[in-house]
Design a protein around this ligand. Structure first.
Ligand SMILES: CC(=O)[C@@H](O)[C@H](O)COP(=O)(O)O
Ligand SMILES: NCC(=O)COP(=O)(O)O
Length: 238
């Protein structure tokens, strides 16, 4: 199972202080050392976390799969064709959302998505669509030329008990249909150390894209060492 690590929220912390640290590019390098098979960044239109420079530097240093999540806009298509990530995932974007709230609207944006996929594929960039776990959305993804889908696991991640089982089943079905149609199937959003196992166990999933919970855990598991290093620097004088 491939693990793509999303480093957006390293940039969120950096940007909160408008400084140079923590650096998402360094975080990506360390994630790869830790075994990540890929690095994901979402270059949002409002640039709230990842910046254009981060993406360009990542392209220089990431020697495994660099996955660019982006909206289907002219500006983003131009950037993707220039930077040449290893794949693009088309995602929906809303200015006011805290994070991506659902899959892309493949029904109402069929024409735009088909044209966007073509432009990216003409530039030799494989394209994935971030979609809700709906059979129709998988069918349309195939029809409009996507190479892959990433099944949105947000509803599964936020549900509890029976509701979560139901959401898990929707993801399983979507993956099954995607595979049947010859689409590579990934999954992601809201996955964490408590809910990932059932998703990782699904037959036919190529990879999982996880960000927020890995970066959150990194802060906690790294804090002791960070404090020790600072103590060593300032000395133990009372
Ligand atoms: C598409 C998706 O599920 C996430 O990668 C999300 O787009 C990340 O964006 P934020 O990091 O802004 O939440
Ligand atoms: N596409 C999902 C992703 O890249 C990471 O989402 P999250 O783990 O930050 O919710």
């Amino acid at each position: 199972m491939l693990l793509g690590v999303n480093v957006d929220h390293v940039a969120t912390v950096r940007n909160a202080r408008k400084t140079f640290e923590p650096d998402p590019v360094m975080a990506a390098t360390l994630a790869i050392l830790g075994g990540a098979n890929g690095i994901t960044v979402h270059l949002r239109e409002d640039r709230r976390h990842i910046h254009d420079r981060d993406l360009r530097l990542l392209r220089e240093v990431v020697n495994c799969e660099l996955n660019l999540e982006m909206a289907a806009t002219r500006e983003m298509i131009r950037i993707a064709l220039e930077v040449k990530p290893d794949m693009v995932t088309l995602v929906p974007e809303k200015r006011q959302e805290l994070t991506t709230e659902g899959g892309i609207d493949v029904v109402n944006q069929k024409k735009l998505l088909k044209e966007t996929i073509k432009k990216l594929k003409d530039g030799n960039i494989p394209v994935s669509l971030f979609i809700n776990p709906d059979i129709m959305d998988v069918d349309i993804s195939k029809e409009i030329g996507a190479d892959m889908v990433e099944i949105h696991t947000g509803l599964y991640a936020n549900a509890k008990g029976k509701r979560q089982e139901k959401e898990l089943h929707r993801v399983i079905e979507a993956v099954k249909i995607a595979n049947k149609l010859g689409l590579l199937a990934n999954a992601g959003h809201g996955l964490n150390y408590f809910n990932v196992k059932s998703i990782a166990a699904i037959e036919g999933i190529r990879g999982l894209y996880i960000g927020h919970s890995i970066i959150s855990r990194a802060v906690l598991v790294g804090i002791e060492r960070a404090v020790r290093e600072m103590k060593d620097l300032i000395g133990n004088r009372k």
